[in-house]
Design a protein around this ligand. Structure first.
Ligand code: FES
Length: 480
């Protein structure tokens, strides 16, 4: 039997190279749910794409084939079947506060920019000139009433209309300036300040897409009295690992204590009993539909909104109490507790992570190759937050979630280590079955399975699938 030829073209003609999976599925035949096909005519072993995830709740088996993290063909399919199909996060509307403010951004490898027009509306455009393609927006950010292409000097106002063409008389009757304005992606929508695009004109509306994640975004946005703003500046770094490993890591409560041991030693040295606090809350993990997922835990160090800790200093006590009272009055005790006492890591599928804790980190990451991703993280804060509370928030963003902080270097090292380990090839599957037999907690992998089930559904062309563990009762998110 030929080896190294385990490629086939699937129903949409994409080339799938699954040579590693073939060997593993040989081992698994008769035991697990994967399927092996022999193509007599071509003499190739071929495994259907559906062999990449093994999901057997009855037996408590959930495995992902590691080629999903190393294959260029799979990354190409992800681009077509996930990033070209889903809603994708672009920006927060507060990043362009004033008329004319603009910023550019790459989304799934596509150059975009967003600008607040003189009419106050935020629009997202493809960052390409309608003449012959040059980038319109060549700076990271700025303010302009008119954006002029540097190549032949076509000019567009900040609403996207083409308003100036040098020597326009050189064009004939077929040239219609009104049709040559800047173009937007097929779908652009805004949920409570978070702006998303989709390159799929037929995608469902954003609110429906967000499913259960919507309420968790509300929990973030409702913390602010005067609305949220993205603090200027960002953390940007790359990780030598597949993008899906950061999804896993961001939702993974299991790694926290062993991987971030230094952090817990530090917190303990400050006199905070982390163990007792961490068991006080139910620590639920939940699948929220459409691949979105969340894991929650009781914070160990207080929050600017709105849980005072001695670490915040006596001078902040009154202000935090006032904020908490406002929340209770508006939302009641139980929802306030969810906002102020509970920290959470939320995945908005496929690649937006909102870490709602001492700070609110908004993190997005894009694959560059199967083994390299670029990460950008911003800090969200209430418009009205100033002084010591804002300083505490920004300090945590830098010293815990920042690329040189307590958490991120540990996480980067861990997932780069996984990626390096895949090169061994002798162990072909990753095991994600933790908590399949019990009421799942944040240290289990229910939330990771939710991601993978939807990944699998999109990759198979099935669209939305049921991402819940069928035999697991999810823990309720509210502690009394
Ligand atoms: Fe922009 Fe020619 S490419 S004016």
């Amino acid at each position: 039997m030929a080896t190294g030829q385990s490629c086939y073209r699937d129903e949409v003609g994409l080339r799938v190279n699954l040579s590693v999976a073939v060997q593993c599925m040989r081992q698994a035949r008769g035991i697990l749910a994967g399927e092996i096909y022999e193509d007599e005519n071509r003499g190739l072993n071929m495994v259907e794409l559906k062999g990449l995830v093994i999901d057997n709740p009855k037996e408590g088996i959930f495995r992902v084939h590691r080629s999903a993290m190393t294959s260029s063909e799979i990354l190409q399919m992800e681009q077509e079947r996930i990033f070209n199909k889903c809603w994708l996060y672009v920006c927060h509307e507060s990043e362009v506060e004033n008329p004319g403010d603009y910023r550019r951004r790459n989304v799934a490898g596509r150059p975009l920019f967003f600008v607040r027009g003189s009419d106050g509306k935020v629009r997202v455009f493809w960052n390409t000139c309608t003449h012959r393609g040059a980038l319109i927006c060549r700076r990271e950010a700025g303010n302009a009433e008119v954006l002029q292409c540097f190549y032949h000097a076509w000019s567009f106002n900040n609403r996207g209309d083409l308003i100036g063409v040098p020597d326009e008389a050189g064009y004939g009757a077929g040239f219609n300036r009104a049709e040559m304005g800047l173009k937007s992606p097929p779908r652009v929508d805004n949920y409570r300040g978070f702006i998303f695009v989709s390159f799929n004109p037929d995608v469902e509306d954003l609110v429906t897409y967000l499913a259960g994640a919507r309420d968790y975004i509300d929990l973030v946005v409702d913390q602010a009295e005067e609305g949220m703003r993205m603090i200027s500046g960002s953390n940007r770094y790359s990780i030598k690992a597949n993008w899906k490993l950061l999804v896993e890591n961001s939702l993974d409560g299991y790694h926290v204590k062993p991987t971030h041991k230094t952090y817990f030693e530090y917190v303990t040295s400050l006199g905070i009993k982390t163990g007792a606090v961490q068991t006080a809350f139910g620590r639920p993990a939940r699948a929220l539909g459409n691949g979105h997922a969340v894991e929650e835990h009781e914070g160990v160090r207080g929050r600017p909104i709105a849980r005072w800790s001695p670490l915040f200093g006596e001078e902040t006590k009154e202000e935090i109490a006032r904020i908490r009272a406002r929340l209770v009055e508006k939302f009641g005790e139980q929802r306030t507790r969810l906002m102020a006492d509970v920290s959470r890591n939320l995945l908005v599928y496929p690649n937006l992570i909102i870490i709602d804790s001492i700070d609110i980190t908004v993190r997005i990451f894009w694959p560059i190759t199967p083994e390299l991703m670029e990460v950008t993280a911003w800090q969200l804060a209430p418009q009205e937050e100033k002084g010591e509370l804002l300083a505490r928030r920004l300090d945590n963003f830098l010293t815990f979630h920042g690329p040189g902080g307590f958490a991120t270097p540990d996480d980067v090292e861990a997932i780069e280590s996984c990626q390096a380990g895949y090169k061994a090839e002798g162990v072909e599957w990753s095991e994600l079955s933790r908590g399949m037999h019990r009421e799942a907690i944040a240290e289990d992998e229910l939330q990771l399975r939710a991601f993978w089930r939807q990944w699998y559904g999109y990759m198979l062309g099935l669209g939305k699938v049921d991402t819940k563990d069928p035999l697991v009762r999810e823990r309720q998110p509210v502690a009394s």
